[in-house]
Design a binder for this molecule. Structure first.
Ligand SMILES: Nc1nc2c(c(=O)[nH]1)N[C@H]1C(S)=C(S)[C@@H](COP(=O)(O)OP(=O)(O)OC[C@H]3O[C@@H](n4cnc5c(=O)[nH]c(N)nc54)[C@H](O)[C@@H]3O)O[C@H]1N2
Ligand SMILES: Nc1nc2c(c(=O)[nH]1)N[C@H]1C(S)=C(S)[C@@H](COP(=O)(O)OP(=O)(O)OC[C@H]3O[C@@H](n4cnc5c(=O)[nH]c(N)nc54)[C@H](O)[C@@H]3O)O[C@H]1N2
Ligand code: SF4
Ligand SMILES: [Mo]
Length: 695
């Protein structure tokens, strides 16, 4: 039997690396990176390779399910797709008839494959699309917008050509984007320095030239002191600043007292080290990438911390530089029309959004909204009732804090639908579960990547579905058909792809060999002397006009993070290389490699509490307790404890993940209300817990 090599796109996390699936006898023989990917992300991480185990997993969803018992009780009726889609379409229509189209909401996990389901929602006439980003990178998005007028993806972290990379609250070698890992290791082998600023020595720190262990939540103080040094000693790029940075004097005045000596008391990092570090950055400028971070829904001041990072990059002249934060190019920069969007077939709904974004909160970008405010609106019915909700590729009951509160909010819904390829908490609580085929068993819409070399890419089906599952386009085309939306009524992916490609001059054939089509041969860098920023002034606005008009501060004075009360710890969390959020924990291969998380706790407080490495401990918040094994280490700040997110599953249908480890999101009382009115994201790390030895 010959082996077929099918270029496709990994789906085990949001990064979507190009991959090759080698298929023999209708089974996966081997999964590996796509060598045509030009080095950018031509290899896979362990999760990508575990796609084979995902296909073989007998505990994944096998057919549509309709709830029989109470929500969350786990009593299901197996349904055909006909029956399940009829059921969902009828319920959606019922909600639309009674409450109007605005009574329907849909959320997803963001990313490049959203056009079809967003078009579906728009065709219904609802403005209530949200993505997950208020639980992830919203602060980064809004921080960059407030300074440069570009979103966070308006720049590419050109790690490969950098001389110095700084990662702060960013575990770049474990919380993986393969391209970033490859680019950074390449650069380091050519002498690039790596500085890590973290509350614990993660794997990235073990590879670093400099590691600063800061007090949890004090990063903004550290950064203000760096800005102070760059300005006070005139170490910044003066030509760049003259040309592009507005309100530098206001910044100078603002940081005047934020000296390294002051920051030492806040962060625990010796003042002379901060000074030396700032001087080194100036030497390496403009080929410096101070990574603005990714999962930055952490503290009440994280938006301002991220702004300070962009400001440092600007002072070093690295925004727009090769080896810095280089501007990405869109298809049109390479002389190509973009893919045609299904969304554009429908008029943008004029209705106000239920989450208030764009009208009550004009400071935020309205596209993906703020999902936590959507959930709140489900309960308050203010500004109007939202009665149907499709969680598509999204597990808010694990990804947002306070699942019990969230369930109360969802209880106001007439219809809760989960579209997912694995079991997840939201699916378990849903009325209807629509199982999507895992990435190796489905194709997706074509997508465009804005990059130094912009490209289009194609996810192809490597296998036929093993169970009764469907691709996204099949699910939404099925719903569209039932709801009379002719423009989305497709029964063939080639027709969808041809629709998308119609203006581009590219054809489906062009993807055959490699799975993507580069729109230029060489990386395209902007001329650093002729940069144009997306703000009204065309410059980097230290004092954002938009924020100022809304009476929101651009330069916020530092407030010291609360110390943990006596005997308590700040709960912190992050990712590991072997799992994606919570949805791979039951994957047979990945579970075998890592089946539970452990609690990082500093040696000194552990000693005081009589906790030894490996002991089982209780973690408690307001009378609620879970147990976990301790990892006692000096490599974490004594104020913090740390766990990998995504564990502590409680679904009986996941035998491998069930009851293993601790769920950090269960220890976040009140966090749904703690969100930043300037940045938009929730503050997940403003929580304290007690730890004791379990007897
Ligand atoms: N306490 C705490 N909360 C967190 C975090 C944390 O560290 N701690 N991390 C935050 C971060 S950074 C993020 S991004 C969010 C993540 O949370 P979510 O945005 O909910 O993302 P995932 O958990 O990756 O995926 C959600 C569901 O979609 C399904 N899924 C994933 N990929 C696909 C796919 O390709 N197709 C289909 N059909 N289904 C898919 C999975 O089975 C999973 O059940 O959580 C945030 N919440
Ligand atoms: N393997 C794997 N890779 C992934 C993902 C995954 O689930 N698994 N998810 C993807 C997604 S959605 C995202 S958003 C990214 C997230 O990527 P990152 O944002 O890099 O992710 P985290 O691992 O949550 O945390 C980064 C670091 O922040 C540190 N930290 C916590 N509190 C503080 C603090 O107060 N100050 C400082 N300086 N550091 C602190 C933690 O110790 C941790 O090392 O990863 C992506 N890549
Ligand atoms: S980083 Fe890993 S899991 Fe994510 S898309 Fe790439 S190979 Fe897949
Ligand atoms: Mo994320």
């Amino acid at each position: 039997m010959s082996t077929k090599k099918i270029p496709t796109i990994c789906g085990m996390c949001t990064v979507r690396c190009p991959m090759i699936a080698e298929v023999e006898n209708s089974a996966i023989k081997f999964l590996h990176g796509n060598p045509h990917a030009d080095g950018m992300n031509s290899s896979l991480c362990p999760r990508g390779v575990a796609g084979k185990a995902l296909i073989n997993d007998n505990e994944r969803l096998k057919q549509p399910l309709i709830r029989e018992g109470a929500r969350g009780e786990g009593k299901w009726r197996k349904a055909s797709w006909e029956e399940a889609l009829d059921y969902v379409a009828e319920k959606l229509q019922g909600v639309i008839d009674q409450y109007g189209a605005r009574g329907v909401a849909l959320s997803d996990r963001g990313g490049p494959f959203r056009d079809f389901h967003r078009a579906f929602l728009r065709a219904l006439g609802s403005p209530n699309y949200c993505n997950h980003d208020s639980s992830c990178a919203r602060n980064v998005q809004h921080a960059n917008q407030s300074l440069t007028g570009m979103g966070r993806k308006g720049v590419y972290y050109d790690l490969k050509n950098a001389k110095h990379v700084v990662v702060q609250m960013r575990n770049i070698f474990e919380s993986i984007s393969v391209a970033e890992v490859n680019d950074l290791t390449d650069a380091m082998s050519k002498g690039c320095k790596l500085t890590v600023i973290d509350i614990r020595a993660n794997v990235t720190a073990t590879k670093a030239d400099r590691f600063f262990m800061v007090r949890p939540g004090s990063d903004y103080a550290f950064n203000l002191a760096v800005i102070h040094e760059l300005l006070a000693h005139e170490l910044y790029d003066k030509d760049y600043a003259r040309k592009y940075i507005q309100d530098l004097d206001a910044l100078k005045e603002f940081v005047r007292d934020y000296t390294p000596q002051w920051a030492e008391a806040e962060t625990g990092v010796p003042a002379d080290q901060i000074s030396r570090f700032a001087a080194q950055l100036a030497k390496d400028a403009p080929n410096v990438v101070w990574h603005p971070g990714w999962m930055m829904a952490r503290y009440q001041n994280t938006f301002y911390q991220v702004r300070s990072v962009y400001i440092i990059n600007a002072l070093l002249g690295s925004i727009g530089a090769k080896g810095g934060l280089a501007f990405v190019n869109k298809p049109k920069d390479a002389g190509y029309a973009d893919l045609k969007h299904f969304q554009d077939l429908f008029e943008k709904p004029k209705e106000k959004r239920a989450d208030g974004v764009g009208w009550k909160y004009p400071q935020f970008e309205s596209g993906p909204g703020l999902a936590h405010l959507l959930y709140e609106a489900m309960e308050t019915q203010d500004p109007y009732p939202v009665k149907a909700y499709i969680a598509f590729r999204h597990d808010p009951l694990m990804g947002y804090p306070e699942p019990d509160r969230m369930k109360q909010m969802f209880d106001n819904l007439d219809l809760l639908v989960s579209v997912t390829f694995t079991w997840c908490d939201t699916a378990w609580y849903a009325d209807v579960v629509l199982p999507m085929s895992p990435y190796l068993e489905r194709e997706s819409l074509l997508a465009a990547k804005n990059y130094l070399k912009p490209y289009f890419f194609m996810r192809r089906r490597a296998l036929e579905p093993r169970f009764d599952t469907k691709a996204e386009w099949e699910i939404f085309a099925g719903l569209a058909r039932r709801m009379g939306i002719k423009e989305l009524d497709y029964d063939n992916i080639a027709d969808i792809w041809n629709f998308q490609l119609q203006d581009t001059g590219v054809s489906i054939e062009d993807f055959k060999e490699t799975g993507f089509v580069f729109l230029t041969d060489k990386p395209m860098y902007r001329n650093r002397d002729e940069l144009k920023f997306g703000t009204e002034s065309g410059k980097i606005e230290i004092i954002s006009k938009k924020l100022k008009d809304l009476d929101i501060e651009s330069l916020k004075p530092y407030e010291s993070p609360e110390e943990p009360p006596e005997g308590q710890f700040r709960l912190t969390f992050g990712r590991c290389a072997l799992h994606t959020q919570g949805h791979t924990v039951n994957n047979p291969a990945l579970n075998e490699l890592m089946s539970e998380n452990v609690l990082w706790i500093n040696t000194k407080p552990a000693e005081k509490l009589g906790i030894a490495d490996g002991d089982l401990v209780n973690v408690t918040q307001e009378g609620y307790t879970e147990q976990i094994h301790a990892r006692v280490t000096e490599f974490i700040h004594p104020d913090a404890i740390f766990v990998i997110h995504g564990f502590g599953h409680q679904l009986p249908v996941e035998s491998r993940a069930y009851g293993k480890g601790l769920a950090d999101h269960h220890f976040m009382k009140g966090t749904l209300k703690k969100w930043d009115p300037a940045g938009g994201a929730l503050a997940y790390q403003e929580n304290f817990v007690t730890v004791s030895r379990a007897h």
